[in-house]
Ligand binder design. Structure first.
Ligand code: IPE
Ligand code: IPE
Ligand code: MG
Length: 247
């Protein structure tokens, strides 16, 4: 039986989030420049999108660039920005034809003008697509997201648009960058690192974490299937006892 056949299609996560890590090490081990690792990594994004289509996963969020990644060498940052623009240019028609909606979460005002404009066009072009929502976390960090929500709530409270006594989880979530998107059931991190690196801090409160040594450029369909199978073997208790769940 092949890996994909082992997957229970009725129990796939609705939302998978991925910390795509290991591009630099992939390149280094081949004596190549870090940027070639990022280029190869872009191909794995395409593969992951295909798997979402096959399995009926409705939301895929990828961590493409963190707030902290602005501190990388200038040439790597600009290389990543250029790669983003060229990837959108190359893939946008196919993405749109496949019914994929693009969203971006993160501090967009920090992005170079041409990158922001390119992304805004892609978001606008694909906004009515329903098959898969592909969310790119760019200039994103979980603490930024929470702080930004808190600031917006404070502003709206000051302007009497909301009453502080009515601030619920639901209202708070509507101020997060991920408003309208269900929390990820599964969070994958490649490259053997086992940390959250300031990704979706609020939204992963009850996510299942899956770590693999595979470097992101090597993350194949089979590697993704393995992650889903592992997820399907977990018991998600949400604080209850195992016995309560089987009743
Ligand atoms: C992930 O790969 C991509 C980004 C953070 C942009 P890295 O560039 O972090 O690769 P390693 O961790 O150095 O191998
Ligand atoms: C996290 O990877 C950010 C992205 C994958 C975009 P890093 O490689 O930047 O994380 P740390 O610094 O090793 O934790
Ligand atoms: Mg890394």
């Amino acid at each position: 039986m092949s890996l994909i056949e082992k997957i229970d299609k009725t129990r796939v996560p609705k939302h998978v989030a991925i910390i795509m890590d290991g591009n630099g090490r992939w390149a280094k081990s081949r004596g190549k420049l870090r940027l070639s690792g990022h280029q190869e990594g872009a191909k794995s994004v395409k593969t992951a999108i295909e798997v979402c289509g096959e399995l009926g996963i409705k939301y895929l969020t990828v961590y493409a660039f963190s707030t902290e990644n602005w501190n990388r060498p200038k040439n790597e940052v600009s290389g990543l920005m250029n790669l983003l623009v060229s990837s959108v240019d190359r893939e946008i028609n196919e993405i749109n034809e496949l019914g994929i909606r693009i969203q971006v979460i993160g501090e967009m005002k920090k992005l170079p003008d041409n990158v922001r404009k390119k992304l805004q066009d892609a978001i606008e072009t694909t906004k009515n697509n329903k098959k898969l929502t592909f969310i790119v976390a760019l200039s994103y960090s979980g603490r930024w997201d929470i702080l930004n929500a808190a600031k917006s709530i404070a502003r709206d409270a000051k302007e009497n648009l909301i009453d502080p006594s009515e601030i619920s989880y639901e209202l708070f979530e509507s101020y997060l960058a991920t408003a309208g998107t269900p929390d990820p059931e599964l969070l994958i991190r490649t490259s053997g690192e086992e940390r959250i690196s300031n990704f979706l801090l609020y939204q992963t409160a009850y996510s299942e974490f899956y770590f693999t040594d595979v470097l992101w450029p090597d993350f194949s369909k089979e590697a993704f299937y393995e992650a889903i199978l592992d997820y399907q073997n977990r018991e998600r208790r949400f604080g209850k006892t195992s016995e309560q769940l089987t009743k």
